[in-house]
Each structure stands twice: as C-alpha cells, then as structure tokens.
Design a protein around this ligand. Structure first.
Ligand code: FUB
Length: 329
C-alpha cells in the first residue's frame, strides 16, 4: 500500500470549519463546511456543545491553489423555521441553480432539513420559508446520478435524533441505546428528490447496511455501523456510501449497485483523527479522487472547534478504497 502523504494543514485557519462537502462547480472546487463558533456547554453526546449559526462557502481554483472564503452565505436569523444548530450542509447544481441543504433544529427542537437557492455556487443563498416537508435528522447529502435523478441521504445517531424516529413519528423519550447488541443497526435514510430540488418525491426510507454475507450490520458493531455523515459518490458504475462511525471515530464506506442501496460494507477509509467527530466528502477533480474531512488539530483537540482538510484517496483494482492513517509521514 502506498504511503500516505503528510497531514495537510487546515484549508482555512481564520475560522473554525467542519463537515466539508466538496463539489466541482464551474471548473473549481467549492467546499461547503459547517462553521464552528464553540460554546461552554459540556460534550454530553447531545451535540449541545456545538454553536453553529451560519455557513461560509470556500473555493479553490485548483488543488494547490489558495482557499478563498466567500464570506457568510446564509445565517440562521434569515431562516424563519430554524432555532439553532446549523450542522453539516451540502450543495447541488441543477436547472441552472445552486441549491444549499442544511440541518437545523426547528422551533420545537427537532432537527429538520432546510434548502436555500442561489444563482452562484458561492451564494449568498436565499432560504426557503419552511423546511423540506418530510425531512428530519441531520447531515443531508444530495447525489445527482448520471441520468439527472437526485437523491437525498440523511441521518445521524445521538444528537442527530435518528433513534427518535423509529416509529415513524418523533418520540422524544427514545434513548440512544435502541437498537443495540445483535439487533440490526439503524441505516441511512434515502429519498429521491423532485425535479424542483426543494421537495422529496417520496418519504425518506431507511436502507439497512449489509455485511458481506448478506446479514444486517449489527447495532453493537460500533466499528462498522452507520452513525452519521452519509455521502454518496459513484466510481466505476458503483455507488459508494461513505459515513462516520461516530463514537468509534472511523470513516467507512459501503457499496451498492443502486443509489438507493442496499449498501454492503466495504471497509475503512480513514483511521481516527484528533477530536471526537469525523465527517467526510469524496470528490473527483481533474482525474484524481479526494477525501475532504476535518479534525480538531487547529484548536488543540477541542471537540466543537474543528478544521477542514483534504487528501487524495486511492482505489485498489477491485474497487476497494485504501485505508489511510491521518498522521503518517
Ligand atoms: O457538525 C455538527 C455535527 O458533528 C455534524 O452534523 C456531524 O456529522 C458531526 O460532524
């Protein structure tokens, strides 16, 4: 296996950033990260220690070009339905417009997914008055297939509230210990989007992840089960769902023949980084594939103050992704 390059320095250091969703728009790399402001609340697994109320858009003309901050693209004060916690976002381009997707808590403290639009990839983005009907939980990722059909992927355990939706409605009492052990783990939620890119064509539906023998990945298999940060990319005709394992801190992936799954566990992309969370996107740019991710190195390890970076990823001949260690020489 090829040796990893040295860890990259953060893409930007003037603000704390996380959860980078990278896309190639207009021939450049555009990165849509979260913006960490930090607060004094304890890290109790609820996510309340994050303070995130706006988004900046970043771009790079080339892979070794300086990273430009285009400034604030959207602020929570302009989103009528949202109350707090603008977590991991994504963006998409269709119909001559740029779409920005973001999770935030509504006025009742329930995570929903919002959308905003712009004529430019750098924004500013104009938020829709309401969240996307039928959405819940966190970490939206939108994948547009070669045939133009668009799919939204969402989901996050613990602070991301996915456990609370197991009955189809929000149950505030549902704890983070269900399911557990040998029970099938909760899977990513998927829905095809309408052509307007602002509504879902169908209800979000869970796709449970499979092991190589066809059985479900178990909830107790915390080194491999889906926790948060879904992202889908297509490589050699296969659909790759990458994700974070949360409390075990791995970036992993699973593969399917369909954008709607089921996805079969494929392996690990990145070993744990400095900090609690890890969250990725994978993008092809000028014939090479890159992993964008974050750690907490810029803040000396403070969990809610993160910084984004990237590195090239390599595939093996059988389509598996080579596992990387973040801090190897
Ligand atoms: O940035 C807030 C949350 O932390 C994200 O939504 C998760 O994916 C994790 O990175």
């Amino acid at each position: 296996m090829e040796k990893n390059s040295k860890p990259k320095t953060p893409l930007v250091t003037h603000i704390y950033t996380a959860d980078p969703s990278a896309h190639v728009f207009e021939g450049k790399l555009y990165i849509y990260p979260s913006h960490d402001l930090g607060n004094d609340k304890p890290d109790d697994g609820s996510g309340d220690h994050f303070k995130m109320e706006d988004y900046h858009v970043l771009s790079m003309d080339d892979i070794d070009a300086p990273c430009i901050d285009h400034g604030e693209a959207i602020h929570i004060k302009d989103v009528p339905w949202a109350s707090e916690q603008m977590w991991a976002p994504d963006a998409a381009y269709k119909n001559g417009k740029y779409y920005f997707y973001f999770p935030a808590k509504d006025k009742e403290g329930i995570f929903r997914i919002g959308a905003a639009t712009s004529d430019k990839p750098s924004g500013p983005f104009k938020p829709e008055p309401n969240y996307i009907p039928g959405t819940f939980s966190i970490d939206p990722a939108v994948f547009i297939d070669d045939d133009g059909r668009a799919y939204m992927y969402v989901g996050g355990l613990w602070g991301g509230q996915l456990e609370k939706w197991q009955t189809g409605t929000f149950n505030p009492e549902a704890g983070t210990d269900s399911p557990s052990g040998d029970q099938p783990a909760l899977g990513v939620l998927i829905a095809e989007m309408n052509d307007d890119m602002l509504t879902l064509k169908e209800p979000l539906k869970e796709s449970k992840m499979l092991d190589k023998d066809g059985s479900f990945i178990k909830a107790g298999d915390t080194d491999r089960r889906f926790f948060e940060a879904p992202w889908v990319h297509k490589y050699n005709g296969k659909y790759y769902l990458s994700y974070s394992t949360g409390d075990t801190h791995f970036l992993c992936y699973a593969i399917s023949d369909s954008p709607k799954g089921p996805f079969t566990y494929g392996g690990r992309i990145l070993e744990p980084v400095i900090g609690w969370t890890t969250h990725q996107s994978i993008v092809e740019f000028k014939g090479k594939w890159y992993l964008f991710y974050h750690d907490s190195s810029l803040s000396g390890g403070a969990t809610p103050l993160r910084c984004i970076m990237f590195r090239e990823i390599k595939y093996n001949d059988d389509g598996t992704i080579q596992t990387m260690k973040p801090y190897d020489d």
